[in-house]
Design a binder for this molecule. Sequence first.
Ligand code: FES
Length: 126
Amino acid sequence: MPHPQSTAGPVTVFVCMTCRHADDAAEAQPRAGARLAATLTSLEGVEVREVECLANCKRGPSVAMARPGGWSYVFGNLAPTDGAAVMEGAQLLARSADGLMPWRGRPEPLKRGLIARIPPLPGASA
Ligand code: FES
């Protein structure tokens, strides 16, 4: 189901709705991932999709983002309040000429929370 604030665009942000935060009680609701998703604002060129589990559970809340022909990124250890940083990073990736999210200007949560980056599929163009 599409995120209620999504817009079509070249970058897709996948936000894990089922992540917990280390400071949360086990039964805390809504979960930290859902609280993070609620802070993701609408931006032109960025589509937000809610998913269940990015296999980064011990380092959640977790977000992944991808762009056709560009690199894909997985971020973790985010805070439920990091929505603006996530969307800023998505915009950096959307505007990148080489398909990489630049380090310079990248929001701090996406620097310290970088889990992995994955190169574009062979043959894919940006
Ligand atoms: S529950 Fe969020 S990555 Fe697994």
